[in-house]
Design a protein around this ligand. Structure first.
Ligand code: ADP
Ligand code: MG
Ligand code: MG
Length: 211
């Protein structure tokens, strides 16, 4: 598959939302070990709202799909991670012309800008044990894949693999943000919750285009 139209992009976001909602117990378990245990319920609340919103949403453009998902997360999740995940979906599209279809290049451009905004807003970089550890390699894979002329299916699969590696990498490092910071060395061996959610999102997108 080489591109998605706006209706297919909407369906893709529905399947992302479903995966996150299903992952709630897993995300809760991870955040309980190293945080305050609310990551799964926060993500579930946000993405249940996304699922509901998308039921009656008729997008004008692909950009509007991202905008609507991000706004929904901002409005319903609350807390730091509502802003962070809202940023991931919204900040990449604000300055773009609206289009009817999205190729690997579009995904790469949108998430590249989102990553920059997320890092600016949250101040975390790779190695700090946050969602950035999964998002940055995923975005770089999208960009590389797009430059190498991969199709959307291959490119999203590479991005999901890179996000998974980034998520695994968070087990090996200490945290510099959030409650996990106070764990010091005890954080080694424990996976970051936000990075896990980023992986789930990218794997769901990859699986959707695989069909
Ligand atoms: P909270 O930490 O407020 O309880 P969540 O549990 O929902 O919120 O989300 C925690 C996740 O947010 C962490 O696992 C981490 O990936 C991400 N996170 C926290 N602080 C930052 C930051 N400054 N930049 C990027 N991501 C962050
Ligand atoms: Mg938490
Ligand atoms: Mg909290």
């Amino acid at each position: 598959m080489n591109e998605l139209n706006k209706e297919q992009l909407k369906e893709m976001m529905k399947s992302v939302a479903k995966r996150i909602v299903e992952a709630e117990p897993y995300l809760t378990e991870i955040d309980l070990k190293i945080g305050d245990g609310d990551h799964g319920t926060g993500m579930k609340r946000g993405f249940l709202a996304v699922e509901r919103m998308l039921e009656t949403f008729y997008p004008r453009s692909c950009e509007e799909v991202f905008q609507a998902v991000g706004t929904c997360l901002l409005d319903t999740m609350g807390g730091a991670s509502g802003v962070l995940f809202g940023t991931v979906f919204i900040s990449g599209i604000v300055k773009r012309e609206e289009r009817d279809t999205f190729s690997l290049k579009d995904f790469a451009e949108v998430f590249f800008t989102s990553l920059a905004s997320l890092k600016k807003r949250g101040k975390a970089k790779v190695g700090d044990k946050t969602m950035v550890d999964a998002l940055e390699p995923a975005v770089l894979a999208l960009k590389e894949g797009s430059e190498d002329g991969l199709d959307l299916t291959e490119g999203l699969q590479k991005a999901a693999e890179a996000a998974k590696k980034g998520m695994e990498y968070t087990k090996t490092i200490k945290a510099r943000f959030g409650r996990a910071k106070y764990f010091g060395e005890k954080a080694i061996g424990l996976q970051d919750a936000g990075a896990t959610s980023v992986y789930i999102i990218f794997q769901a997108m990859a699986d959707f285009v695989k069909g």
